[in-house]
Design a protein around this ligand. Structure first.
Ligand code: NAD
Length: 306
């Protein structure tokens, strides 16, 4: 199989590239990435071909998609707070970028498109757990872009019979997730803070909760979706229904790192949702064989990588 991963030099994409490179069924992996947040270093040893450039470049996509069997579209400006600071850049990369990928897939023909949406689309809809039939209520430009992206996938399935699969990722963490920048996710940001002697910063009261998913779990699902060409026009939550408050995450990290953590609380950030917890019966029915890596084990492996 020939696979293209957009955003493949980033955190999740590079983990997927390394995972797929081990599979006998996969003969060729191409990565399309503008290296805006991703890095070539993430791909060392994966044996992939990097096509450096933007998903907003149609001719570049045409070249990269030629002969591909599956496209895993992960390229995005993947941050709620960055989208609040700069909504247009977020929209171009996330919504228009997805449309560009779908158009290039349609031109290429006979290709399956798997794409990353986000739990942030549930936004202001406070119902828990989050199941896919809930009314989306985006709270940030990022969430709007992701809702547009997954809606485009469904539309391309209906209008052009393009085989698609939109996943709603929850909070993914693990090796190769960068820390030490303004938009870093909590797990790497906090591990980095503790291991470099800085204070752990918590936006809000710490009672907000997330469904943390280890990146290897995500890649197990993505790899199966690629190899079995699983199709669904409806979005699929990709998380395993473990609800962890940020306070509980700190307790877990204290155990894993073997040190007490005294966080400093900052005001809540605009655009952030309060609670996020997946209902995943759709995922379980499509991918019954995948077992998730538990939070403690995932945190241990992430700390080892640091
Ligand atoms: P990441 O920033 O590590 O990866 C995104 C990659 O896309 C980077 O390598 C970046 O250089 C590339 N990119 C950005 N704009 C591009 C463009 N215009 N053209 C080509 N490449 C471009 O982020 P990630 O955490 O690996 O996220 C991967 C996907 O998963 C994104 O679509 C993100 O929105 C989604 N997602 C992630 C999480 C999470 O918890 N990490 C949660 C929900 C959804």
């Amino acid at each position: 199989m020939k696979i293209v991963i957009t955003g493949g030099a980033g955190f999740i994409g590079s983990n997927l590239a390394h995972a797929l490179a081990q599979r006998a069924e996969v003969s060729d992996i191409r990565v399309v990435d503008d290296l805006s947040t991703g890095s070539k270093d993430n791909l060392v040893g994966a044996g992939v071909h990097l096509v450096e450039g933007s998903v907003l470049d149609g001719p570049l996509l045409d070249r990269a998609f030629r002969g591909a069997d599956v496209i895993v579209h992960l390229a995005a400006v993947p941050s709620v707070s960055r989208s609040v600071a700069d909504p247009l850049t977020s929209h171009h990369a996330n919504a228009t970028g997805t449309l560009m990928v779908l158009e290039a897939a349609r031109r290429a023909g006979d290709v399956h498109v798997i794409a990353a949406s986000s739990s942030s689309v549930y936004g202001a809809n406070t119902h828990l757990p989050k199941h896919e039939e809930l009314r989306p209520a985006p709270l940030s430009p990022y969430a709007v872009g992701k809702l547009a992206a997954e809606s485009y996938l469904a539309a391309y399935h209906h209008c052009y019979e393009l085989p698609v699969l939109p996943f709603r990722f929850f909070n993914v963490y693990g090796p190769r997730q960068p820390a030490g920048h303004d938009y870093a996710a909590v797990v790497p940001a906090w591990i980095n803070a503790v291991t470099t002697g800085q204070q752990v910063l918590v936006h809000g009261d710490g009672l907000q909760s997330r469904d943390f998913t280890y990146v290897e779990t995500v890649c197990r699902v993505l790899a199966e979706a690629v190899l079995r060409k699983v199709v669904s026009a409806d979005p699929v939550n990709l998380a395993y229904g473990t609800r962890t408050s940020l306070g509980e995450l700190i307790t877990e990290l204290e155990a894993v790192l073997g040190t007490p953590i005294e966080p400093r609380h900052l005001p809540p950030r605009p655009g952030d949702v309060r609670h996020s917890h997946a209902e995943n019966s759709r995922l379980r029915s499509l991918f019954p064989a995948v077992e998730p890596v538990p939070l403690r084990e995932g945190l241990e492996r992430t700390v080892e990588w640091f």
